[in-house]
Ligand binder design. Structure first.
Ligand SMILES: NC(=O)c1ccc[n+]([C@@H]2O[C@H](COP(=O)([O-])OP(=O)(O)OC[C@H]3O[C@@H](n4cnc5c(N)ncnc54)[C@H](OP(=O)(O)O)[C@@H]3O)[C@@H](O)[C@H]2O)c1
Length: 442
């Protein structure tokens, strides 16, 4: 029998518990998948060694100091499942320096410190695997890095945050307000007590940064990705979108474009988008994730599944361990040259989203008096934006008398032009609250 692959789990919370369960319950299956090389848990590092654990970890394996794992010669792989970007970074860099491969589910760590971590890994001849860092149980990293390698990726559209998708689904299907849908997500355990990173688009931006590194060779700083969250979406926006034939989804998007003789560019952003009810991504419900990837050869492909949770995420982590046990992960790591130094890999340049062309949904609360609609139309016309349809209903509950919602759907324009027009609309005296607008994907 070959030498076992020794594993240290650093972090044994939700995901770590799932990994420990799979390693003990499916040991024989995994040995079969590695061609006879067992995958064996050697160390479990946690913050509180006395805390009761859902999985059965022999007491002799548990410690609180990660250097117990990084200094153990029987450990070949350190699995970082702590989260955050400070202690987790120390654990990962110490493991690499000690010659251990690393598996992590930590997208925030990769988005913030990918270059430092991957440079150190190349220097020490070890691999870093991170299938679980984006979309939990959906195998999107391997798909981009391996299966689609004949293609240049031209676009990515992802529902990458299950919490936001659950809230938007509850608003659309249950008629809930944003606040009630968020409370329901918290009650069911889909949202943290502090849901900020989920609902403001930051979590999706971290994941988009990781996907963009693989697909386009760009290394955006987390702040380089424009983001708009879902907190500004009101129940009436969901209703108006539905009336027009659309569903609102929080999408993480990358749009590549050839720019003549110059370098190709890619625009990256996270924002709510109106999708036609019939669009494949519009039909992704609840806490599920999905990613549409367009390749220049293959065309459109779609990947969908559970984006979080103990066992789906652990499934991806253990898949990485199997790849390390048979040596596949080491080959992929060396060939992909991820987070490499400038010039080592042809890269796109990151472009602002200003030039991305789209249609737009614009929702205003306006004073119900003559001339307001004409003023709004003039602001749009000044930016050469034409209108495709307008909805103005009678005043509704919840709005002060003599104000009404006004919804305008535009034809295509550049995002920058539309933003300029929306800013001008917001200054009109007939507009009583800041304009709300989302792009429309037809
Ligand atoms: N949960 C998901 O569905 C999911 C999905 C995709 C990706 N991820 C990512 O997976 C990672 C882990 O998430 P999780 O939900 O499993 O987290 P979690 O349930 O909060 O577990 C964190 C674990 O880390 C341990 N820990 C924290 N600080 C430590 C320290 N200083 N030293 C040693 N151990 C420490 C904790 O120890 P104690 O148990 O003693 O407190 C706990 O076992 C994160 O990067 C997360 O973004 C999670």
């Amino acid at each position: 029998m070959s030498e076992p692959l020794g594993v240290a789990l650093v972090g044994c919370g939700t995901v770590g518990t799932g990994v420990a369960k799979i390693l003990s319950r499916h040991a024989d299956r995994l040995t079969g998948r590695t061609g006879g090389r067992p995958i064996v848990l050697r160390r479990v590092i946690v913050r509180d060694a006395d805390k009761p654990r859902e999985c059965e970890v022999p007491p002799g394996l548990i410690a609180t100091d990660h250097t117990v794992a990084t200094s153990d010669p029987a450990v070949h792989v350190v699995v970082e499942l702590i989260g955050g970007t400070t202690h987790a970074k120390r654990v990962v860099l110490d493991a690499i320096a000690a010659g251990k491969h690393v598996v992590t589910a930590n997208k925030a760590l990769l988005a913030a410190h990918g270059t430092e971590i991957f440079t150190a890994a190349r220097k020490h001849g070890v691999a870093v695997c991170f299938e679980a860092a984006v979309a939990g149980g959906v195998p999107i990293i391997r798909t981009l890095a391996e299966s689609l390698s004949a293609n240049q990726i031209t676009a990515i559209q992802g529902i990458l945050n299950g919490t936001s998708n659950f809230i938007l689904t509850s608003m659309a299907e249950g008629g809930m307000s944003y606040d009630d849908a968020l409370k329901e997500a918290q009650r069911l355990g889909y949202a943290e007590a502090d849901p900020t990173l989920d609902v403001d688009g930051s979590d999706a931006a971290h994941k988009l940064a990781v996907l963009a590194q693989i697909a386009f060779g760009v290394t955006p700083k987390p702040t380089d990705i424009e983001r708009q969250g879902i907190a500004g979406i009101q129940a009436m926006d969901i209703r108006f979108a539905d009336e027009l034939g659309y569903t609102i989804k929080l999408l993480a998007e990358a749009w590549a474009s050839e720019s003549g003789p110059g370098p190709s560019t890619v625009a990256l952003h996270v924002a709510p988008v109106l999708l036609r009810h019939t669009d494949m991504l519009a039909q992704v419900r609840g806490a599920y994730n999905a990613i549409l990837v367009v390749g220049d050869i293959v065309g459109e492909t779609l990947y969908q599944g559970p984006g979080a949770g103990m066992m789906p995420t652990a499934s991806s982590v253990v898949g990485d361990l199997v790849d390390l046990a048979v040596g596949r992960a080491q080959h992929t790591f060396a060939a992909a040259k991820l987070w490499s130094a400038p010039g080592e890999r042809p890269a796109f340049q990151i472009a602002p989203s200003e030039k991305v062309r789209s249609r737009f949904y614009l929702r205003l609360i306006v004073k119900d008096e003559p001339g307001t609609l004409a003023d709004v139309c003039r602001c749009l016309a000044d930016q050469e934006i034409s209108i495709s349809s307008v909805i103005q209903h009678e005043a509704q509950d919840g709005h002060p008398e003599k104000t009404v919602p006004l919804v305008i759907m535009t034809h295509y324009s550049e995002t920058g032009q539309f933003r300029t027009a929306a800013a001008a609309v917001g200054k009109l005296t007939g507009i009583v609250s800041p304009p709300v607008f989302f792009s429309v994907d037809d």
